[in-house]
Write a protein that binds this ligand. Structure first.
Ligand code: HAM
Length: 420
């Protein structure tokens, strides 16, 4: 073991488990690719101001959880804590919204960083796959995204998750609600920190997990009762579309998200097997974010699903993904000349698309066959001195142990036909 360990709150993805992570990313991306979303990749760090303005000055993410640093050149940067602000920044910078084809639909996959207190399901480095639909106000777009996330989870075999749905109103009705909520909260018995939060970001108080606080919140005014007619109608249409597609959800009038840019539709996917870090994904509409970062008005909606937590959800449901076996053929050369011949065959097999591996390091037959076994290959190719002299190679079917001598120059064709 080396003297170094992975930093606190991080972990390494190592085979064989890492294959599950790749498969999860792929499963989330597939429905997006199938629905007109194009792939986007942005830098792992951005100007810190982008997140301060985008995610919100008073959010935990910005005040406590960002990895910020100053470069030698004096730039103030932050490791990205989330993807939406970056993706919108990139879309604006590239003028994608001016290409005359709105909404601009983008998906992404990558690493995100938050300096949080680590626990199961909560890491300082984690992985998301996300989608953003930029520049259109249409309830069908909100519904589309929720349906695609639902499809992604179902394609993985998950079923113990729930969709929580809410509307956070818009710049017309939310300020009215905010004031009413502040009035209510100021009448409660709260600690100083929470009182400050009431002033800056009262909606976040609804999300306080402490029982002493939750008990007092029972009679708090609900945004639902303050929505303006336009927000109400919009939300009703999103709900109707989801119901019509058979996607079940729960109305959660207390759902608030940890980022300030949301307007109208907000949702969270929670998994019931995960304990306290139960949100496997979340998102919503952010109609004002573009203007907040200096762009034109571009109503948008999106989500991000957590890859780490989705893997935990699979474990919680006891789901083992059926992953394509990696190696089909494992070559075992016995001797120098055999090594050259088999190495050429392995290269040839790989060229025709057959996954093949090789016994390296001059192992003897016993150790090499052990490696063949461990590789999970369906076939082993064994080439000894006598085989060489006869121009054949032994093709061994690993499961049955059945062995056949095949002419060396026919072995690739033989394996192609056997592996179909
Ligand atoms: P978020 O709810 O902050 O939203 O994160 C989305 C998902 O990322 C969470 O549901 C969770 O699965 C995962 N996640 C977040 N923090 C951690 C962590 N510390 N460890 C492990 N997993 C974590 C956003 O990030 C928004 N940008 C989503 C969005 C896109 N809204 C609109 N467009």
């Amino acid at each position: 073991m080396s003297t170094f360990k992975a930093p606190k709150g991080t972990y390494d993805l190592i085979p064989p488990d890492s294959a599950t992570y790749l498969a999860v990313r792929e499963a989330i991306a597939a429905p997006l690719r199938n629905s007109g979303y194009g792939y986007i990749e942005t830098p792992g760090f951005e100007n810190v101001e982008l997140f301060a303005r985008g995610v919100g000055e008073s959010t935990d993410i910005v005040t406590k959880e960002m990895y910020t640093f100053e470069t030698k050149g004096g730039d103030k940067l932050a490791l990205r804590p989330e993807g939406t602000a970056s993706v919108l920044r990139a879309a604006l910078e590239a003028n994608l919204h001016k290409a005359g084809n709105l909404p601009v639909k983008l998906w992404y996959s990558g690493s995100y960083y938050r300096y949080e207190r680590p626990q199961k399901g909560r890491y300082r480095h984690f992985s998301q796959v996300g989608a953003e639909a930029i520049g259109a106000e249409d309830p069908a777009l909100d519904a589309e995204l929720i349906i695609l996330a639902d499809q992604a989870y179902r394609s993985l075999g998950l079923s113990d998750f729930r969709i929580l749905l809410n509307s956070l109103g818009d710049k017309e009705c939310r300020p009215v609600y905010r004031a009413a909520l502040q009035d209510f909260l100021r009448g409660l018995d709260l600690d100083d920190d929470t009182r400050r939060r009431v002033d800056i970001n009262p909606l976040r108080v609804l999300d306080d997990k402490r029982e002493t606080v939750q008990k007092q919140l029972a009679g708090a005014p609900l945004l639902r009762d303050y929505l303006c007619d336009a927000c109400k109608a919009y939300h009703e249409e999103v709900r109707t579309l989801l119901v019509a597609q058979g996607v079940s959800f729960e109305d959660d009038p207390r759902l608030v998200r940890g980022l300030d840019y949301y307007t109208r539709t907000t949702f969270e996917f929670v998994h019931d097997g995960l304990g306290s870090q139960s949100a496997v994904g979340g998102g919503g509409r952010y109609d004002g974010l573009s203007e907040m970062i200096g762009g034109p008005a571009l109503p948008s909606v999106g989500w991000a699903l957590g890859v780490d937590r989705t893997v935990l959800a699979l474990q919680a449901e006891g789901i083992e993904l059926r992953l394509p076996s990696t190696t089909s053929v494992f070559a075992v050369p016995l001797g120098e000349e055999a090594r050259r011949v088999l190495f050429a065959k392995v290269t040839e097999l790989r060229k025709v698309g057959i996954a093949a591996d090789f016994s390296y390091g001059g192992k003897g037959l016993k150790a090499a066959m052990k490696a063949a076994n461990r590789s999970g290959a369906r076939y082993a190719l064994v080439l000894g001195e006598r085989d060489l002299a006869e121009g054949v190679v032994q093709l061994k079917e690993m499961e049955s142990g059945e062995q056949t001598a095949i002419a060396v120059n026919e072995i690739v064709a033989e394996l192609e036909s056997r592996l179909g």
